[in-house]
Design a protein around this ligand. Structure first.
Ligand code: SF4
Length: 65
């Protein structure tokens, strides 16, 4: 398994601002203050946790770069 983390981002047009990703991984997501979330840092993200957050994102807004 590679320890390199692929970079990911939030598609601002798809994000509903539910905040689930921020709750699940506060070290990687933050509130933009405009009813959306954004990625603060891709580095070191737990891959299985991230995949779960991606799958459960209601807007399917978290994507790989
Ligand atoms: S889980 Fe998805 S829809 Fe909810 S805030 Fe995060 S990116 Fe936006």
């Amino acid at each position: 398994m590679s320890d390199e983390t692929r970079e990911f981002f939030v598609d601002q047009d798809l994000c509903t601002g539910c905040g689930d990703c921020i709750k699940a991984m506060p070290e990687h997501f933050e509130d933009t203050g405009e009813d959306t979330a954004d990625v603060t840092a891709s580095e070191g993200a737990d891959a299985s946790k991230l995949e779960k957050v991606m799958k459960e994102c209601p807007g399917k807004a978290i994507k790989w770069k």
